[in-house]
Design a protein around this ligand. Structure first.
Ligand SMILES: NC(=O)c1ccc[n+]([C@@H]2O[C@H](COP(=O)([O-])OP(=O)(O)OC[C@H]3O[C@@H](n4cnc5c(N)ncnc54)[C@H](OP(=O)(O)O)[C@@H]3O)[C@@H](O)[C@H]2O)c1
Length: 389
């Protein structure tokens, strides 16, 4: 029996993880759950899965559910402690944003298997995460469809046999739109993703293609592949989850109808494959045609800015990530326009540059600094134009 702690259980990945676990009670058991503020859903999940520990990270939200018993706790320290829980074999990090980095470091520091959905951990803390992983003998399994696809393609290969990685991108809800047309899109339009049903932040990142830049950095870190050998291509059907080209010119891809339940199940069951009759059977005819397009970097500048931040290295990806989180918040609350998001991120990167990463304290500091700069720029972008920009 594999004992699983699902952290961020009330989000899109968290809920899908619990669905997968529920289908395999003979293999997996939930030993801990955690969320930030969604107390009602967390209570419902706790009744259903009967975990040993439940944590509400937000102190105020925890006040609303104090009566649930001593196995419930509140606060960020309690959340971080779950990453090291002795009774857990696998930690699922399904938090969104930079808030997930410390959890990743704590889980790997305790030598756990980490099923990592929180891509921002690898984007902001890449080298740090890898050194903690190496020092403590843990395991890092990606819960991102593209990176799970890559892992499935390279299993059994030597790293030097990989020539190139090609990540696929759905293109989001605004694929093919001109920069002019993108000026007036709303958050509601952006949240309507054509092929994936996800949390708000990653849905906006998919619409701007910032998500693909984060994934390029994630692939660079996970698979020790230089940036010049990682590409991204738009594939609107989201059937091929990524390609790997080998030195002999052969190309492997992993395919399937879009569902996060498959990469979740793969990470939980790795290195084996777990039979699961609930996942939709692949049908090549229903999936055709499969098409590919280049990313429009002019319409979606957050892609190029993110990849460039990755290439720059040091603290640049942390600055990019923090500014992007602030920009997404601004777009969701209606204070920034779609193109305004890229202006805020670009301005923040220009203002802060990059420093070598010396440890988590520096990353926390840079993240905070970048958020402040991005907030100021977002406010200026809004007020300078008289309306939102
Ligand atoms: N959704 C997908 O299909 C998908 C696919 C690939 C990768 N990912 C990655 O997976 C991660 C999660 O995405 P998602 O779409 O599942 O996000 P989501 O729906 O917004 O859920 C985020 C989860 O994290 C919790 N959380 C947020 N901030 C927290 C904090 N400061 N402390 C503790 N808990 C916190 C939330 O709790 P509350 O509910 O209480 O706010 C919620 O349970 C992201 O990094 C995303 O890029 C997602």
């Amino acid at each position: 029996m594999v004992r699983v702690a699902v952290l961020g259980s009330t989000g899109s990945i968290g809920v899908s993880t619990l669905k997968v676990i529920e289908r395999h009670p003979e293999r997996f058991r939930v030993v801990a759950l955690a969320a930030n503020r969604s107390v009602e859903l967390l209570e419902e999940q706790a009744r259903r899965h009967e975990p040993d520990r439940v944590v509400v990270a937000d102190d105020e939200a925890f006040e609303r559910c104090r009566d649930n018993g001593t196995h419930w706790a509140g606060g960020r320290d309690e959340l971080l402690a779950l990453a090291e829980l002795e009774e857990a074999d696998v930690i699922v990090n399904a938090l969104v944003g930079f808030a997930g980095l410390e959890l990743t470091l704590r889980a790997l520091g305790a030598g756990k298997r980490l099923a990592l959905a929180n891509k921002e951990s690898l984007v902001t803390g890449g080298d740090l995460v890898l050194s903690v992983l190496e020092e403590n003998g843990g395991e890092l399994l990606p819960v991102d469809s593209e990176h799970s696809a890559i892992l499935q393609c390279i299993e059994g290969c030597e790293p030097e046999e990989v020539q190139r990685i090609v990540l696929t991108a759905s293109g989001g809800p605004f694929r093919g739109w001109s920069p002019e047309r993108l000026r007036s899109v709303s958050a509601e339009d952006a949240l309507r993703h054509p092929t994936w049903d996800m949390g708000a932040k990653i849905s906006i990142d998919s619409a701007t293609l910032a998500n693909k830049a984060l994934e390029v950095i994630e692939a660079h870190v996970l698979y020790a592949t230089p940036y010049e050998r990682i590409e991204a291509v738009v594939h609107p059907q989201s059937i091929i989850h990524s390609f790997v080209e080998f030195v002999d010119g052969s190309v492997l891809a992993q395919l399937g109808f879009p569902t996060m339940e498959l990469p979740i199940l793969y990470a939980l069951g790795w290195p084996g494959r777990v039979p699961d009759g609930e996942l939709r059977t692949f049908d090549p005819i229903a999936s055709s045609p499969l098409t590919f397009e280049a990313i429009d970097r002019r319409a979606f500048p957050l892609f190029g800015l993110g990849v460039e931040a990755g290439r720059t290295g040091g603290t640049a990806p942390t600055v990019y990530n923090a500014a992007n989180e602030i920009a997404v918040e601004g777009f969701l609350d209606g204070s920034l326009t779609f193109p305004g998001m890229a202006r805020v991120v670009e301005g923040t990167l220009e203002a802060l540059g990059a420093r070598p990463v010396t440890g988590i304290d520096l990353l926390l500091e840079v993240d905070e600094e970048a958020r402040q700069v991005a907030r100021t720029l977002a406010k200026q972008t809004t007020t300078a134009a008289g309306t939102k920009a």
